[in-house]
Design a protein around this ligand. Structure first.
Ligand SMILES: NC(=O)c1ccc[n+]([C@@H]2O[C@H](COP(=O)([O-])OP(=O)(O)OC[C@H]3O[C@@H](n4cnc5c(N)ncnc54)[C@H](O)[C@@H]3O)[C@@H](O)[C@H]2O)c1
Length: 325
């Protein structure tokens, strides 16, 4: 049994990770300020004596210095997340995603914890390649467009983690998540699947930005969590960066059509220019598809659940949530 710190543990992915760690027999410490996460995500775990919940911010160095000692592994998931939040609050993105990561990594150097760093496909920026490999260039837009601050801030985290690995032997694994979906994900920060499902179930039009030709790959949160835990058990994953997600492309238009079909709600699709949704500064990425060769070679498998199955689960969860309101 190990004592695992999950920052962002009341969030979407963090709460699923905590659940799985407990099922595997570990103790968990959840650190979360409940800014985009929710207590309801972890309520069912709090009665377990192996769970400690600390509500507070990773920007508080005193709190970090209190929770890190005594743990064996750190899963660092707390971050300012979501296209809308990042576009609206660029300073918060940088302050949350860079300085606390540095503080946490430094504590891990002294404490000897293994660290998993949750990074993102956003670090590839707008690289024009069809399929992205971990060694590919990071291609960001100008600093006058705040949306690039998210990918850039996570890229700095990666640089720092790899530098500490090189100079201090910090055992760190970096995972670049592509679109992760499943129950508990919320739509108000720009996440497309929960937003579409909620719109359909409320009988509202699904708002698709631009022409809906943007391509994404959607992976089940449970499979992603399994991959994260699997990587942390493999010595050959230490000091490396991994794409984590699905490699099955789906256009946003097709996603909207699938949500309409799976919910059985006869709602129209409304196409909205990005400028209307996110302002004139906004730039999006047309394609986002990972090469999963490194993940497959290391784990022996990759996430493969079909989008329709995952959508059905998200729809069932959202229906239950809406009916309890
Ligand atoms: N969901 C995805 O598709 C996706 C894709 C790429 C990367 N990621 C990364 O995965 C991680 C988890 O994302 P998620 O989708 O579960 O989002 P989420 O918003 O549900 O989780 C983030 C959690 O961090 C917490 N948090 C934010 N600021 C904090 C602070 N200052 N102090 C303490 N806690 C704080 C939030 O309350 C939330 O519970 C993030 O690092 C994100 O960048 C997610």
């Amino acid at each position: 049994m190990q004592r695992c710190l999950v920052t962002g543990g009341a969030g979407f992915i963090g709460s699923h990770l905590a659940e799985r760690l407990l099922a595997l027999g570990h103790e968990v410490v959840l650190l979360d300020d409940l800014s985009t996460g929710r207590r309801a995500n972890i309520e069912h775990l709090l009665g377990d004596p192996r769970v400690t919940f600390r509500q507070g911010s990773i920007t508080d160095p005193v709190l970090l210095a209190d929770v890190v000692p005594g743990t064996d592994v750190i899963f660092h998931f707390a971050a300012a997340v979501g296209v809308r939040l990042v576009a609206d609050q660029p300073a918060r993105t940088i302050e949350t995603n860079i300085y606390p990561t540095e503080a946490l990594l430094r504590l891990a150097i002294y404490g000897g914890q293994r660290v998993f760093l949750a990074s993102t496909s956003e670090v590839y920026g707008k690289n024009a390649k069809e399929i992205w490999q971990e060694g590919d260039d990071l291609v960001f837009g100008p600093t006058t467009k705040p949306r690039w601050a998210y990918g850039c801030s996570k890229a700095i985290d990666e640089f720092l983690a790899l530098a500490y690995h090189q100079t201090h032997g910090l055992p760190v694994v970096i995972g670049r998540f592509f679109n992760v979906i499943g129950p508990r994900q919320v739509g108000h920060y720009g996440m497309v699947v929960p937003r579409f499902v909620e719109q359909a179930l409320r009988g509202e039009p699904l708002t698709v930005y631009d022409d809906g030709g943007q391509v994404r790959c959607f992976a089940d949160v449970r499979e992603v969590v399994e991959a994260v835990i699997g990587l942390m058990e493999r010595p050959d994953a230490i000091g490396a960066v991994f794409n984590i997600g699905s490699d099955q492309p789906v256009s946003i238009r097709e996603l909207a059509e699938r949500v309409i079909a799976r919910t059985g709600c006869e709602v129209p699709i409304r196409y909205v220019p990005y400028a209307e949704a996110y302002g004139h500064d906004f730039e999006d990425v047309r394609r986002r598809i990972p090469d999963l060769g490194r993940l497959r070679a290391t784990l022996g498998w990759v996430p493969s659940r079909k989008i329709d199955e995952i959508l059905d689960e998200v729809i069932a969860w959202k229906r239950a949530e809406l009916s309890s309101q």
